[in-house]
Design a protein around this ligand. Structure first.
Ligand code: ADP
Length: 657
C-alpha cells in the first residue's frame, strides 16, 4: 500500500478521500489555491501545499504544479477526485512518468471513453446496446438533418466532447433542427474547443440509470449495482438513489453484464461508471436501456452505492491501484436497503437557481438521526467562493425501504440550518415530500414538470412572520434590558425603556425589508407566545400554542431567521435612513431588487470604507444608493450606467481577502 497520498482536488470530494486515506493509515497531502487557504480540505489533510491562483486554470488544473508538489511532499500516489484533472489522460500519463501512481484507469481507457462518438462505436462492437442515432464523422448540416429525419423526431443533438449537459439540444421537429444544431455547435466550441456533434433518438420518459463498475486491470470486473440519477435540472444531476425504483432483477443483471463488457472492452482498471438511458414509458424493461457514456472516475453520487453495498469505494480504488485484487467477487456483493442522496448547492431556487456565494454564517445539522451521512465541503464560517462549483455538500440517507429513506432525508433536511448564501435546501426537502417522487414516478423531466410545487414560495408565510416578530422582540428586549441595567436606577419605572404607554398596551407595527421586499411585523402585546434565544442562536418558540424550532443570526442591522430550510434576513427600516445598504453578500455587492443602474461610483482597485456609496440604482421609482457593508478592496465593477439589472445580480465584486 502507498504511504503518502496527494489529493488533487478541493471541497467535499477532497475531504471524503482524505477520510478514507487517513483511516487506512496513509499520510495525506492537500493542495490549495489562493481562494482556499482556509478551506476545509486544507485543514483535514496532514499537510497542504499552495499551488496557485484562485481560478482553477491557475491551480487545480495545473498538472505540472501538482506533480511538482507530489515530488516535494514525498507522495507516491495522486487521487484526482472528480472534475478538474480526473479524466485528463495526459495528466494520468505525466503522473506515471514522474513515478507516481494515478488513482484511476489507464490513460488509454480515459481516451477511449473521452469522446462520445468513438465510445459509442467501441461499445457497439462490444455488443453493448447504444442509443440509435448517427455518431459518424460527417458534420455537414444537410447530412445531419437527413440523419435526424431518418432517426425520427424528437432527437437529441450532443457534443461529441460533451460533459455537464453542455452543447446538448433536444429537437422536436425538422423545422427547428438547423437552429438547434448551430446553437449546440456554438456552445460545444466555446466549452470544449470542439464543435462536433452526434445525433441520438430522444428516448421518451427517459430514466438515467448507471452502473458502478470496478475492474482490477487483470481481466476481473464486478458491477456494484445501479444508481438512478433521473432527478436532474438542465441535464445535471440533483438527486440520486440506489437501487433504481422499479428495477426488475433480470434487467439489473443485464445492465451489470453490459457495463462489465464496456469496462473490459477498454482494458479498464479501478472505479468507473457506465451511464445508460432507459425508456420508462412502460416501466423499466430489460430490452429498453442503451449506453450513453462511461465516466472514468469516481462519481459525485458514489455514496448511495456505498450505502447499499457496505463498500468503501475509495478504499477499493486505493487497493486496486496498489495492485491488490478486487476484495469481493460478484456473488459476494450485496444489495442492502435503499439510499437517497441530495446535492446541497449554494444557489437561489427563487432566482432561477443562480449560484450564490458568501460566508456560511450558520451550518448546523441534526445530530440525533441514524443512518444519515453528510459529505460536506465547507464548515460553518467558511466561504462559498465564486471560483468553483457552488456545492456545499451532499446528504445521504439509508434505510431498509425507499419510502423510509426518503422520509428520513426529508426530516433531516428540514432540521438543517444554513444561513449566508442562498441554498436549495428547502427545494430538496420539497422534492422529498412530493407524492409523485415518493411513488417513484420519476424521469429526467420530473423537476421541470413539478417546478411550481418544488420551489418554495418567495414570500414568508404568516407563521414565519409571527416567529420573526417574536424573535425581533426578544432580540430588542435583550438590548433594552441591557440599557436599562446600565442606567443609574435600573429598578426605577422611569428608567424603563419598554414603550409602556398610559391607557393600555397597543400593537406596534415594525417595518422591515426582507430579501428586498418591504414588510411589516405586528408586535402584538401579550400574545401569549414564547420565544427564547439560546447563546448559539437557537430559537425555541411557542407560537399560538405550537412549539417551533428555528435559529437566528443577529446582524449589524436586523437578523437572519432560519426556519424550515430557508434563511431570511430581516432588516428594520429606519425611516430616517435614506440610503439603503444593499444586500451586500460576502464577495459581491448585489442588487437588492430589480432596477436600473444610474450611477457607478465604485472603481476597480479602489479601497473603500464601510458605508462608502458604490452604486446608485433606480428601483420601484426610487433612487437608492448602495453602500459598502464592510471595508473592502474593489476587484471589478460588472455593470455600466444605464444597465437594467435583476434582483441579486452582482454589481461590484470585492477582492477575496
Ligand atoms: P453529459 O456528458 O453532457 O452529462 P450525457 O450524455 O451524460 O451528457 O447526458 C446527460 C443527460 O441528458 C442524461 O442524464 C439524460 O437526462 C439526458 N439524455 C442523454 N441522452 C438522452 C437521450 N438519447 N434521450 C433522452 N435523454 C437523454
Amino acid at each position: 500500500m502507498f504511504r503518502t497520498l496527494l489529493i488533487a482536488n478541493r471541497g467535499e470530494i477532497a475531504v471524503r478521500i482524505i477520510r478514507t486515506a487517513c483511516s487506512m493509515g496513509l499520510k495525506t497531502v492537500a493542495v490549495y489555491s489562493d481562494a482556499d487557504r482556509d478551506a476545509y480540505h486544507v485543514a483535514a489533510a496532514d499537510e497542504a501545499w499552495h499551488i496557485g491562483g484562485a481560478p482553477a486554470g491557475e491551480s487545480y488544473l495545473r498538472g505540472d504544479a501538482i506533480i511538482d508538489v507530489a515530488g516535494r511532499a514525498g507522495a507516491d500516489a495522486i487521487h484526482p477526485g472528480y472534475g478538474f484533472l480526473s479524466e485528463n489522460a495526459a495528466f494520468a500519463e505525466a503522473c506515471e512518468k514522474a513515478g507516481l501512481v494515478f488513482i484511476g484507469p489507464p490513460a488509454d481507457a480515459i481516451r477511449a471513453m473521452g469522446l462520445k462518438d468513438a465510445a459509442k462505436v467501441l461499445m457497439e462492437k462490444a455488443g453493448v446496446p447504444v442509443v440509435p442515432g448517427y455518431h459518424g464523422e460527417n458534420q455537414d448540416m444537410v447530412f445531419l438533418a437527413e440523419a435526424a429525419a431518418k432517426i425520427g423526431y424528437p432527437v437529441l443533438i450532443k457534443a461529441v466532447a460533451g460533459g455537464g449537459g453542455k452543447g446538448m439540444r433536444k429537437v422536436e421537429a425538422a423545422a427547428d433542427f438547423a437552429g438547434a444544431l448551430a446553437a449546440a455547435q456554438r456552445e460545444a466550441t466555446a466549452a470544449f474547443g470542439d464543435g462536433r456533434v452526434l445525433i441520438e433518438k430522444y428516448v421518451s420518459s427517459p430514466r438515467h440509470v448507471e452502473i458502478q463498475v470496478f475492474a482490477d486491470g487483470q481481466g476481473h470486473a464486478v458491477a456494484l449495482h445501479e444508481r438512478d440519477c433521473s432527478l436532474q435540472r438542465r441535464h445535471q444531476k440533483v438527486i440520486e438513489e440506489a437501487p433504481a425504483p422499479g428495477m426488475p432483477p433480470e434487467m439489473r443483471r443485464a445492465m451489470g453484464e453490459a457495463a462489465i463488457a464496456a469496462a473490459k472492452a477498454v482494458g479498464y482498471r479501478g472505479a468507473g461508471t457506465v451511464e445508460f438511458i432507459a425508456d420508462s414509458s412502460d416501466g423499466l424493461r430489460r430490452d429498453a436501456f442503451w449506453f450513453m457514456e462511461m465516466n472514468t472516475r469516481l462519481q459525485v453520487e458514489h455514496p448511495v452505492t456505498e450505502a447499499i453495498t457496505g463498500i468503501d469505494l475509495v478504499e477499493w480504488q486505493l487497493r486496486v491501484a496498489a495492485g491488490e485484487p478486487l476484495p469481493l467477487t460478484q456473488e459476494q456483493i450485496c444489495l442492502d436497503g435503499h439510499a437517497v442522496e441530495v446535492r446541497l448547492y449554494a444557489e437561489d431556487p427563487q432566482n432561477n437557481f443562480l449560484p450564490s456565494t458568501g460566508r456560511l454564517l450558520r451550518l448546523r445539522a441534526p445530530d440525533h438521526m441514524l443512518d444519515v451521512r453528510m459529505d460536506m465541503g465547507v464548515r460553518e464560517g467558511d466561504k462559498v467562493s465564486m471560483f468553483y462549483d457552488p456545492m456545499i455538500g451532499k446528504v445521504i440517507a439509508h434505510a431498509p425501504m425507499r419510502e423510509q429513506a426518503i422520509g428520513r432525508l426529508r426530516n433531516f433536511l428540514s432540521s438543517m440550518e444554513i444561513a449566508g448564501p442562498k441554498t436549495n435546501l428547502a427545494f430538496l426537502a420539497q422534492v422529498m415530500s412530493h407524492e409523485a417522487f415518493i411513488a417513484g414516478e420519476i424521469d429526467t423531466d420530473f423537476i421541470e414538470r413539478h417546478m411550481d410545487a418544488l420551489v418554495p414560495p418567495a414570500e414568508p408565510g404568516s407563521g414565519v412572520l409571527k416567529l420573526a416578530a417574536e424573535v425581533y422582540r426578544t432580540l430588542r428586549g435583550d438590548k433594552l434590558q441591557a440599557v436599562q441595567a446600565a442606567t443609574a436606577e435600573p429598578d426605577s419605572p422611569w428608567s424603563a425603556n419598554d414603550g409602556w404607554t398610559l391607557g393600555g398596551a397597543r400593537t406596534e407595527i415594525a417595518k422591515f425589508s426582507c430579501d428586498g421586499e418591504a414588510l411589516s411585523l405586528e408586535l402584538a402585546p401579550e400574545s401569549g407566545d414564547i420565544c427564547e434565544i439560546g447563546e448559539d442562536g437557537e430559537v425555541r418558540a411557542v407560537i399560538a400554542g405550537c412549539s417551533l424550532h428555528a435559529a437566528c443570526v443577529p446582524r449589524d442591522r436586523g437578523f437572519i431567521l432560519v426556519h424550515g430550510g430557508i434563511a431570511r434576513e430581516f432588516v428594520p427600516v429606519d425611516p430616517l435612513d435614506v440610503d439603503v445598504a444593499g444586500d451586500v453578500g460576502e464577495g459581491a455587492l448585489k442588487a437588492p431588487m430589480p432596477g436600473k443602474v444610474i450611477q457607478v461610483l465604485a472603481q476597480a482597485g479602489a479601497q473603500v470604507a464601510r458605508g462608502a456609496p458604490l452604486i446608485v440604482m433606480e428601483a420601484m421609482k426610487m433612487e437608492q444608493t448602495l453602500l459598502a457593508a464592510a471595508d473592502a478592496v474593489i476587484d471589478s465593477v460588472t455593470v455600466v450606467e444605464g444597465e437594467q439589472v435583476g434582483a441579486g445580480q452582482a454589481l461590484v465584486l470585492f477582492e477575496v481577502p
